[in-house]
Design a protein around this ligand. Structure first.
Ligand SMILES: Nc1ncnc2c1ncn2[C@@H]1O[C@H](COP(=O)(O)OP(=O)(O)O)[C@@H](O)[C@H]1O
Ligand SMILES: [Mg+2]
Length: 253
């Protein structure tokens, strides 16, 4: 079954008299438990697409459905993690997650327990009572991830969530996300400008193009799971990476 269905989506931005098309006739379906990445040159509309699905950005025409329900506004059926840290600075780590759970309608006791479980899931139990500004960037993103999945959204939307992290922390986050995805069978739409990251994490990769104003190609990642660092040096991995990078480069002039 499809968790996310997009039919004939069109999106433009208007500057004064001038209307500029960003996404034209985007069609996409993401199955339950599928991990799909979106890559493409800067400005191709990755964040715009994610914001539309998150319900944060209106669109011109078409259909965007999560579990067959049309999306017009943000909702608890979607969990979102952005590159910049969106934790509430005046609440402790534990309270940040409880806050989201309470907003989702959970009772106080339940919220406390679920928040604890999710901090444990991202290995941050020891930091439950500290404030976000006392955490490293990677730790903040672990809290954001814990918060985004704590109320069990149908789909997790991530916009370059590890883009601001150093290489080692980024690798750790990729491992953690993969582990959680395998354990909890999440459905994920993951945006990245890093093709290696996209292949390593995904079942499928969507390539958006500035020139085509929409989806140019879709790639299946035929790599067994669980994946590990030797996956990165397999022939399939390297040739897929070259093919995707070639297509992105054709899009830039
Ligand atoms: N709020 C906005 N108003 C006008 N133009 C925008 C707005 N948001 C994005 N754009 C334009 O839409 C295009 C796609 O942007 P974006 O989705 O952020 O690309 P990406 O995330 O792939 O780098 C860019 O040309 C950008 O300048
Ligand atoms: Mg972006």
């Amino acid at each position: 079954m499809a968790t996310l269905t997009i039919n004939h989506l069109h999106k433009s931005f208007t500057f004064g008299q001038h209307k500029r098309e960003i996404l034209t006739d985007v069609n996409l379906s993401i199955k339950d438990n599928e991990f799909v990445s979106v890559v493409g040159a800067s400005g191709c509309g990755k964040s715009t697409l994610l914001s539309i699905i998150a319900g944060l950005e209106p669109y011109d025409s078409g259909e965007v459905l999560v579990d067959n329900n049309p999306i017009y506004a943000p909702g608890l059926d979607r969990g979102v993690v952005f590159q910049s840290y969106t934790l509430l600075p005046w609440l402790t780590v534990q309270k940040n997650i409880e806050f989201a759970l309470k907003a989702a309608g959970y009772a106080k006791n339940e919220s406390i327990e679920i928040a604890k479980d999710h901090l444990d899931l991202v290995n941050l139990s020891a930091f439950a009572n500290v404030y976000p500004n006392q955490l490293s960037g990677g730790m903040k993103q672990r809290v954001a991830l814990a918060r985004a999945i704590s109320y069990r959204p149908k789909i997790l939307l991530m916009d370059e969530p590890f883009g601001a992290l150093d290489a080692i922390t980024r690798n750790q986050m990729q491992e953690l996300l993969t582990k959680i995805w395998e354990q909890h069978r999440l459905t994920v739409l993951f945006i990245t400008h890093d093709v290696e990251e996209a292949i390593y994490l995904s079942d499928r990769i969507i390539l958006l193009s500035v020139k085509q104003k929409g989806i140019k190609s879709i790639f299946d990642v035929n790599q067994l799971r669980p994946r590990n660092k030797t996956t990165l040096s397999s022939t399939h991995f390297i040739s897929l990476q070259e093919k995707i990078l070639d297509e992105i480069n054709q899009d830039i002039d």
